[in-house]
Design a protein around this ligand. Structure first.
Ligand code: ZN
Length: 296
């Protein structure tokens, strides 16, 4: 259900990136923190890795910004950049419920133009403090980070590449769950990625999972929670079913922060909540700790 396509050429990716960065420098002169309502100067906010300097609220960032934060500069080599999904179900919106929604193919085109990305995950090889790893970083800005066949396939191929090269894997998750426009093909990605991770484990290679806001649905029910070490950003929504759905179904009001990363840590679901400023150094230490085992 995946195909190779006229991927955006490097120039179009970079022009999209340039367009975004010029937008951010023009549009984000000031930013209002959604949590504490503090007005932050755009330049200071970007310098602070898009974390609120007053309340430490971690804003969502794009996959490319995440990669830039985490890995050695110029070390990232992207793989499978040109993979795009098919439309196996010939999905069209039902006129009654989603009258204004475009069909799947048009929606994908729209999302590509908006984000400069081909899909909701960017994968490749990189180093952190000189230590090699394969990584796949999801992007919530592309269709809510929904997991379709290409997202599953790119993550699986990143894991297989790690097995081939005998290096660790890092997956950074952010997702609203499975992609409804691909139906069962989307759900099958849960099994496929989990099976690939089992092969990684059999090869004796470590898998680090980083959960960012929000990590929900089929992603949290598969690869996101299968890490040998599972880290999360502070305040990230981490759950299977989001609070709005629970509240709508159960007719109850959930207490504030019930299903965020701190709650998951307190209940033993994850290993640590790490501030964005500390993520790179934490991953570097983890890679160092696990590397002697890899090299045996
Ligand atoms: Zn704040």
């Amino acid at each position: 259900m995946v195909k190779e396509a006229a991927a955006p050429s490097n120039s179009s990716i970079f022009s999209a990136a340039r367009a975004q960065s010029s937008l951010s420098s023009m549009g984000n002169i000031v930013v209002k923190c959604p949590k504490c309502k503090e007005i932050l100067y755009g330049r200071d906010w970007e310098k602070n890795q898009k974390v609120c300097s007053r309340c430490s609220h971690h804003f969502r960032i794009t996959a490319r910004e995440r990669i830039q934060l985490l890995v050695d500069s110029n070390s990232f080599e992207e793989t499978e950049a040109s993979m795009i999904p098919g439309d196996p179900l010939h999905f069209v919106a039902r006129p009654t419920s989603m009258a204004n929604q475009p069909d799947y193919v048009s929606k994908l085109v729209e999302e590509r133009q908006k984000t400069g990305q081909n899909e909701a995950v960017v994968s490749g090889l990189a180093t952190i403090d000189g230590q090699p790893l394969a990584l796949a970083v999801m992007d919530f800005h592309f269709m809510g980070g929904s997991m379709g066949s290409v997202v599953g396939e790119k993550i699986t191929r990143a894991i297989e590449l790690a097995i081939e090269r005998q290096i660790p894997v890092l997956v950074v998750s952010t997702s609203g769950g499975a992609r409804m426009q691909e139906g069962i093909f989307s759900l099958m990605q849960m099994a496929k990625t989990s099976a690939a991770l089992a092969r990684l484990g059999e090869a004796g290679l470590p898998y680090f999972s980083l959960l960012t806001d929000p990590t929900t649905g089929g992603v949290s029910a598969s690869f996101a929670f299968l890490g040998d070490v599972i880290l999360a950003e502070p305040g990230a929504l981490v759950c299977f079913t989001g609070p709005r759905v629970i509240e709508g179904f159960m007719h109850i009001k959930l207490p504030e922060g019930t299903i965020n990363s701190n709650f998951a840590l307190e209940h033993g679901m994850i290993d640590a909540v790490i501030h964005r400023h500390e993520l790179r150094s934490t991953l570097s230490r983890l890679l160092t700790m696990y590397t002697p085992k890899v090299n045996k």
